[in-house]
Write a new protein. Structure first.
Length: 448
């Protein structure tokens, strides 16, 4: 499997500082870049006008009531490539990368955001309701089964690879909202998703019934059931059963949702590789402890993509050091909102059991969970779980937040070097030369 050190970089920054590619190649072993413009949330592509005209999101400038950043010219994070963008910075990046012998992966987003701006394409829960905006910080997603959207995304991918000379593609947002969005766990349940799930062999009515029953259990959850779950000593399905739910059916619900994402991913990959067989196609995933809940069945994902990577090793929506603690803290707050008498510390311990994280530091309050500083411990645990879940079919490039304190960067990069993975996707500060030197030292030990 090919070793890669990938820089998840800012398109405009690299266009202004193209010399950074050569320096990072020599100092850090940089092999690949994945540029993204924060203005348009793609690498900076300009869709052909006739392609863009067919897109479902071209009217975003008229939706400032739902997307206030439209007034500043900032595109909403939606699926595919929206038209009208100036691709001159990306063209400069591509030229600089070619001179430096650096591979370039294109970047677009898919489904985990944009539903608040485009409710007509948004996820719906099992009752057909829009997602609760109280969880908006974790994303209000688009439905992954809307054929009009997915067909347009596919057309945009083919347009892009035909004109930009890319070596690969890493799609972002190929997921449901972060599992901290409690409401999104019961979505998408629209007619299109039900039909797609049935086509994949799932008994959708039974699974939705189990989700509905689980919601009733949680709404009436008492301390006795929480104590029983804590005493069970189990994880995942065992915890759900102990709380009074059908744990097996609920886990099957999450596997069903994951199949609804893997199907379009495999379709997109097949489409681009029919034109350019050598082009690699993959995506980031949620950290393994919450991956299935967010739409990523790792083994199914290996069948639909050519590599697996992540968003960031530290915080953020897809942070590999914070995915489980953010989900747990959100769940604890939601359950205590339903029943303030529930013991917060005990709920935190039950969440820890659910995620099978008994070997890492774990605070006893929702606030402390979100503020936990045990980044290295959580991250190393996620890498171990990734290797256990993977069947070894594709290379694994876990994320590293490489722009901060050199000691922490060393710990994160060391975890990758010792994990048996095949490289890393890094974010970094090009002016932080000490951390870049650390990355070069530690990642230089990675064996492909």
């Amino acid at each position: 499997m090919r070793k890669r050190i990938i820089w998840f970089c800012n398109t405009e920054h690299v266009a202004e500082h193209p010399e950074s590619l050569v320096w990072l190649r020599d100092e850090m072993g940089l092999t690949t870049i994945m540029p993204e413009s924060p203005i348009c949330h793609t690498s900076g592509f300009a869709a052909e006008p006739e392609v863009a005209a067919r897109g479902p999101f071209e009217d975003w400038r008229s939706r400032a009531d739902r997307w206030p950043k439209a007034d500043d010219g900032i595109y909403p994070p939606v699926a595919g490539v929206i038209g009208g963008f100036d691709d001159a910075p990306l063209r400069r990046v591509l030229e600089a990368a070619d001179r430096a012998g650096i591979e370039v992966w294109g970047h677009i987003g898919l489904w985990s955001y944009g539903g608040d701006v485009y409710p007509e394409w948004a996820m719906r829960d099992i009752d057909g309701s829009e997602l609760d905006p109280r969880y908006g910080r974790w994303g209000i997603g688009l439905c992954p089964s809307k054929e009009a959207v997915n067909a347009w995304v596919e057309e945009g991918l083919l347009d892009v690879i035909d004109r930009y000379g890319l070596g690969g593609f890493c799609v972002d947002h190929a997921r449901y909202p972060q599992p901290a969005n409690v409401h999104a766990l019961a979505a998408c349940g629209c007619a299109d998703c039900r039909a797609a799930a049935e086509a994949n062999g799932f008994d959708v009515d039974a699974l939705i019934g189990a989700v509905r029953d689980a919601r009733g259990v949680l709404e009436g959850l008492d301390e006795a059931r929480v104590k029983r779950a804590e005493a069970s000593g189990g994880s995942g399905e065992v915890i759900l059963d102990a709380l009074g739910m059908d744990g097996g059916a609920l886990m099957q619900w999450f596997r069903c949702r994951s199949a609804l994402l893997a199907g379009p991913m495999a379709r997109f990959r097949a489409a681009v590789q029919a034109v350019q067989p050598e082009l690699v196609f993959g995506s980031d995933i949620f950290p393994p402890s919450v991956a299935l809940l967010g739409g990523h069945d790792v083994r199914r994902w290996e069948e639909a993509t050519d590599f697996i990577t992540g968003g960031t090793s530290a915080g953020g929506v897809v942070g590999w050091a914070t995915g489980a603690v953010y989900a747990a803290s959100s769940w604890v707050r939601a359950l205590r909102a339903l029943n303030p008498e529930l013991d917060e510390a005990r709920l935190c311990r039950v969440a820890r059991l659910f995620f099978a994280l008994d070997d890492v530091p774990w605070p006893d309050s929702a606030d402390a969970l979100e503020g936990s500083d045990a980044i290295e411990s959580y991250y190393r645990r996620e890498l171990g779980r990734l290797k256990l879940l993977s069947r070894g079919r594709v290379p694994l490039y876990p994320p590293i937040a490489g722009g901060g304190d050199p000691a922490r960067v060393r710990a994160l990069a060391n975890a990758v070097a010792e994990s048996g993975c095949h490289g890393a996707m890094v974010t970094l500060d090009p002016s932080n030369r000490e951390s870049i030197g650390v990355l070069g030292e530690e990642l230089g030990r990675v064996q492909a």
